[in-house]
Design a protein. Structure first.
Length: 682
């Protein structure tokens, strides 16, 4: 992200520059131990701690195993130890001395933004140099690399190191090629898995298009495996989403709608095994606690990755380099994009594709979902393009003794006066003048007749001092809740089917219970399929004209509605009555089943108690048997149910052996063990 901004800057100002991606030969394996010890000493670590680390490197010996045969032991003389958790940290400490030497050498020049030189990006052994004045900078940079190599045993593989001209005249490029035998690229280089092209308009072509092809091949190869329905959704979460998120974060550019259409189509084909979808994707996108399955909405994740950048722009104490570059490029703080009602012509966007994506994404998203209504209580009064006095007066940010002066500080709440009035006695003449300017500014704003409104979720995120952990996930959750705010349509169907009227809070309780009813994916999936009307009943099939009548295929008497098929059919009702009787005996109290309890896992018991109860497991064990005999005349048997319960018991027992609190398992399942011991059913 920073490199793309730097390239935009160089192209805009026609600054002669190039990118150099170095390839370190056997990077971790070449570290000289004497140099390592000196690095640790120079880092200010204590002697005892250093000695403990260096003990790992005191005459270490190793053997090689080939076809089960061990070689003779041999001595290792350099390199950080493979598999050691300290190894990457020690290597980074060693590399930091090279980075310091490159940064502090004034003859190695890069871009200078707000007085700060920018010329290096590094991650572990991947080093990328952005050099201006290459005839001077490049030879000196190579000299620094050689000096570092003489001390640390670091070595650059010249033929594998890549150089990419950013802005270089033909003669200068020819001269550099003759003097340095790098692998000179003409179109792009690769850094940390991302292709960086010299023509920035080809970022999508070199990165996103190949990813689409790769994902299509990968999903196609998995299509023949026997994954469960929810298992396929989990594969998308764990294997596909991280690859897309990586590109969204490292290359935050505007993407065509076709990109998201293709990804959604591939995912839909994979999840539904190329069959017609039984649930709308808008339901699957919802979080589990809202009645969905948490299927990643890639477009919303893309928006979240862009908006999270904008959120970081609102943190005034944020000193990240990419933020400084973008603010310098725009000419004013890009936080104005969030707080101003309209796009400001004073913000210079030009050919910077990342800033273009940032401004357009926010404009469209906030227009549709009003994530931050205008005017926001958090509008800054300094560096605000809507408030020119705050731009000309550099002291406005910290006026009236308040750091980062905002609109909320000059407005009264329902019970308290404005914050700036608390210390009015200490105002200077300039503060009084500022107050008049602010009052005039408030007259121009609308919707300020009432006291301060509460902050929205996104505003609360912007009101922090530092970026929270999992920022993108947090923003994604806010976007998803705004896009898919309504209850799933199947809640209305259940209300008609069971003649119930549940509040939204009760439905959310049902969703949470279904989502965490079992540690087994199989039983969770079964409960969600019932909840979401996944199973096709005779009434549904009849409406689809796939069968001749809507009669229950067990009793052949009444309409085969979902409640009839699962609970009220005379044959199934007998099965449930038997389960009810045995469950009462196991638990030592009278149990009364109801359609709500069986089909929706909804009871009057406390949510936490019911989710962890043995009764829950007894119900799940029975429910999973009915689909196994979906079109059979005969219902499940008690023996099958007992076997199903015991399957859950054995699975829970194995899991509890890995738990720090196995006593919970014993307390929950003791009635079941006692029942088996006294009845000898299995």
């Amino acid at each position: 992200m920073k490199i793309i901004n730097m390239m935009c800057w160089a192209k805009e100002h026609r600054t002669h520059s190039l990118l150099l991606s170095t390839d370190a030969e056997k990077a971790f394996d070449r570290v000289h131990w004497t140099f390592l010890k000196k690095v640790l000493e120079n880092s200010g670590m204590g002697t005892r701690f250093i000695n403990k680390i260096m003990a790992l490197y005191t005459i270490p010996r190793a053997q090689i195993k080939i076809n089960g045969i061990l070689s003779e032991p041999f001595t290792i003389r350099n390199g950080t130890r493979q598999g050691c958790p300290l190894s990457p940290l020690l290597y980074v400490l060693c590399m930091e001395h090279l980075l310091i030497a490159l940064r502090q050498n004034p003859d190695i020049t890069g871009l200078t933004i707000k007085g700060e030189p920018l010329k290096i990006a590094a991650f572990a052994d991947d080093l990328l140099l952005f050099l201006t004045k290459p005839l001077i900078s490049l030879p000196i940079a190579m000299k620094e690399l050689k000096n570092y190599g003489d001390l640390s045993n670091y070595k650059i593989n010249m033929t594998k190191s890549e150089a990419l001209p950013v802005v270089l005249p033909g003669k200068l490029l020819t001269q550099l090629k003759n003097n340095f035998k790098f692998h000179w690229q003409t179109e792009k280089i690769q850094y940390l898995g991302v292709h960086i092209p010299t023509d920035l308009h080809k970022i999508y072509e070199y990165n996103h298009k190949p990813l689409l092809s790769n994902l299509a091949t990968q999903l196609q190869s998995w299509n023949h495996n026997h994954f469960t329905w929810t298992g396929r959704i989990n594969i998308i979460k764990m294997s596909i989403l991280p690859k897309l998120l990586y590109l969204f974060q490292t290359l935050p550019i505007t993407l065509p709608k076709s990109f998201f259409h293709q990804t959604e189509h591939m995912v839909s084909q994979f999840i539904w095994t190329k069959k017609k979808a039984r649930l709308k994707k808008t339901i699957l996108y919802k979080p589990k606690e809202k009645g969905g399955l948490g299927l990643p909405d890639f477009f919303s994740y893309y928006q979240a990755s862009i908006v999270s950048k904008l959120v970081e722009h609102t943190y005034t104490a944020n000193d990240k380099q990419w933020i400084k570059i973008e603010n310098q490029w725009a000419g004013h703080p890009l936080a104005n994009v969030v707080w101003n009602k309209e796009k400001k012509k004073e913000l210079h966007i030009g050919q910077n594709s990342q800033i273009q994506a940032l401004t357009e994404t926010w404009k469209n998203l906030n227009k549709e979902y009003n994530l931050i209504p205008f005017p926001s209580p958090l509008i800054p009064l300094g560096d605000n393009l809507d408030f020119p006095p705050g731009i000309m007066d550099k002291g406005m940010n910290n006026a009236f003794g308040i750091q980062n002066l905002q609109l909320q500080h000059v407005l009264a709440t329902a019970t308290e006066p404005p914050a700036i009035m608390i210390n009015k006695d200490t105002w200077t003449k300039k503060d009084s003048w500022r107050h008049l300017q602010i009052k005039n500014f408030l007259k121009e704003l609308h919707n300020l007749q009432q006291p301060l409104r509460p902050l929205t979720d996104l505003e609360r995120l912007c009101n922090r001092n530092t970026s929270p952990k999992h920022l993108i996930s947090t923003v994604y959750k806010i976007i998803i809740q705004s896009k898919y705010a309504n209850l799933p349509h199947f809640t209305r169907t259940w209300a008609q089917e069971l003649q119930i009227d549940l509040a939204e809070e009760e439905w959310e309780r049902i969703f949470r219970t279904v989502a965490k009813c079992s540690i087994s994916n199989k039983f969770q999936e079964n409960s969600y399929k019932i909840l979401s009307y996944w199973y096709r009943t005779p009434t549904q099939l009849y409406k689809m004209r796939l069968i001749q009548n809507d009669k229950c295929w067990r009793c052949n008497g009444e309409s085969g509605t979902i409640s009839h098929i699962w609970y009220t059919c005379p044959k199934v009702k007998t099965f449930w009555e038997q389960i009810e009787q045995i469950s009462s005996e196991i638990l030592g109290c009278q149990i009364r089943f109801s359609p709500q309890m069986i089909l929706l896992l909804h009871t009057d018991k406390a949510e936490k108690i019911f989710k962890k109860s043995l009764l829950m497991q007894l119900i799940l064990a029975a429910k999973i048997l009915i689909p196994r005999k979906w079109r059979n005349d005969d219902p499940p048997t008690v023996e099958e149910w007992l076997s199903s319960v015991n399957e859950i018991y054995l699975m829970e027992e194995i899991t509890s052996s890995l738990s720090p609190r196995p006593q919970k398992f014993i307390e929950t399942w003791q009635p079941w063990v006692s029942y088996l011991n006294t009845h000898d059913k299995l």
